[in-house]
Design a protein around this ligand. Structure first.
Ligand code: ADP
Length: 293
């Protein structure tokens, strides 16, 4: 049984597209990245999964339970970090954490204490007096303190300074090693690349690619660096072309024989053809078709 499985999951806000026909499976114990630019539909997908908004069509399951019909049971097994956090005014962090634990009928005091210490969060402070990063930390502790089987984290690192981000990912890896499933949405490619085993790329409300991080990097495109001069006008499949006085560099997804013919006809002193970096892969996915970045 998968931790998350959706089929044809679609959400429209009136006539505005939230997400469209998302088929996604996340295995138990996976560390999964959900990556896409702002407005792509990440939060909509997550909020539909949590039963916070109803899908317009399609289904979602968490641990085999329907996210709409079995919402209460689903939420018992999930820790959720929303992209934006709002707390009751005037409450101290420790009271918020206690209230959140009480709602789950669990004593989470010891774990909460450890989490606050590791994230350097002063639980005695009033939440609405904290910085953005401080409020984010409080929300992280709320999501993690009951040690859920599935963590759904929507843009968790925004507002956290780099040292705390590192500690946060160390915490997530420990949870993952102990069997928890982690689903993390992000628009920051490097953090998904460094931490996730699998990922899905979402664009304009649809998943345009998913798989292991290695598979996602295999697009067939190649990064080509040429020392010298070569005529590229006749080639199709050249992207991200950069020229310098010494040569040129581009991403190539066309016919390899045509590229080699062009290189052979040029004034080329050296050439490197390599696997593209994940940034290039993104350019490949996001640059498709309509000229959008
Ligand atoms: P992301 O989390 O990737 O930034 P969102 O899921 O927030 O993307 O947004 C996806 C699309 O749905 C956007 O076009 C956004 O404007 C729209 N949208 C999100 N929430 C609402 C809402 N409550 N009402 C109307 N449109 C919304």
């Amino acid at each position: 049984m998968d931790a998350i499985r959706t089929s044809g999951l679609t959400k429209y806000y009136g006539r505005t597209r939230g997400v469209e026909h998302i088929d996604l499976a996340v295995g138990q114990g996976d560390f999964f990245g959900f990556i896409g630019p702002n407005g792509a539909g990440k939060s909509t997908f997550i909020r539909t999964l949590l039963g916070l908004i109803r899908p317009s069509s399609g289904q979602g399951e968490i641990f085999g339970l329907d996210v709409t019909k079995d919402r209460e049971k689903v939420l018992k097994r999930v820790g959720y970090l929303p992209s934006e956090t709002a707390f009751w005014p005037g409450m101290r962090v420790k009271d918020i954490l206690k209230l959140s634990a009480d709602l789950r009928r669990k004593d989470c005091g010891a774990v909460a204490g450890q989490l606050c210490e590791r994230l350097r969060l002063d639980a005695g402070r009033k939440a609405d007096e904290l910085s953005l990063g401080g409020r984010k930390k409080a929300a992280i502790v709320c999501a993690l303190q009951h040690e859920p089987d599935l963590l759904i984290l929507d843009e968790p690192t925004s507002g956290l300074d780099p040292l705390i981000q590192r500690e946060f990912f160390a915490l997530l890896r420990e949870r993952s090693d102990r069997g928890a499933t982690i689903f993390l949405s992000s628009h920051i490619l490097s953090e998904v690349q460094q931490n996730c085993a699998h990922a899905a790329i979402i664009r304009d409300g649809s998943v345009i690619a998913s798989g292991s991080m290695q598979d996602l990097a295999r697009t067939g495109a190649r990064r080509v660096s040429v020392l010298g001069r070569v005529e590229l006008d006749a080639l199709s499949g050249v992207r991200d072309l950069q020229t310098t006085s010494a040569g040129l560099d581009f991403l190539y997804s066309g016919d390899m024989r045509e590229l080699l013919t062009a290189l052979a006809g040029g004034d080329v002193r050296d050439v490197t053809i390599s696997e593209p970096a994940l940034e290039d892969v993104f350019l490949h996915y996001y640059g498709k078709g309509d000229g959008k970045p």
